[in-house]
Design a protein around this ligand. Structure first.
Ligand code: 2AM
Length: 174
């Protein structure tokens, strides 16, 4: 029997940023419908791999562990709404070159392991509210947030009764 795992590469913010994002999610959920995501789930997905056969996991763990040290910053200052997946998210007004480069480099490395990057453009975002029927009443985050990223993580997503649960399988640095 083949076992598959739902995998993605992501950046996780520090505790203070997570709490600030969770507070924003709590504030927005009643206005947009839907439910706020908890602080521990706040992240930005770089490369979503989807369902991956477990036999392909080892090179992904190695890739994550061998990734060069990261040092970048991202200012989150805007809110948005993806109407199809019904998500309210936080992101930035101006594209972040470091994040775009990191995403492109990651997909380049992943292509050597047979993974193909999606056709659609990468929109860096942190999901705040799921099943959101309405866009946020304003397009600005209530207070801009500076996120310093330094950890690339390979993460497994597991669905349970309470929603998605994320487990870090490898990260660099440890
Ligand atoms: P989302 O927050 O915008 O839904 C685990 O599911 C992570 O992978 C989430 O951050 C989720 O993004 C992202 N994700 C889920 N399905 C995806 C897809 N088809 N393409 C890109 N990212 C996806």
């Amino acid at each position: 029997m083949t076992v598959s795992r739902r995998l993605f590469f992501a950046l996780w913010p520090d505790d203070a940023s997570r709490r600030a994002l969770a507070a924003e999610a709590e504030r927005l959920a009643p206005r947009c419908g839907g439910y706020p995501l908890p602080a521990e789930n706040m992240h930005i997905t770089l490369a979503f791999l989807g369902s991956v056969d477990a036999s392909r996991l080892k090179p992904l763990v190695e890739l994550a562990r061998a990734w060069p040290a990261l040092q970048g910053e991202w200012t989150l200052d805007r809110l948005g709404h993806f109407s199809q997946p019904r998500i309210v998210w936080a992101g930035s007004q101006t594209p972040n070159a470091a994040l775009m480069t990191l995403d492109a480099e990651l997909w380049q490395a992943l292509s050597r392991h047979g993974f193909t990057s999606p056709q659609r453009e990468f929109t860096p975002h942190v999901s705040l509210v799921r099943q959101a029927d309405r866009a946020p009443p304003q397009s600005r985050l209530s207070a801009p947030l500076l996120w310093r990223f330094d950890h690339l993580a390979l993460v497994e997503s597991q669905l349970d009764d309470g929603g998605s649960r994320y487990r870090t399988l490898a990260r660099r640095p440890d």
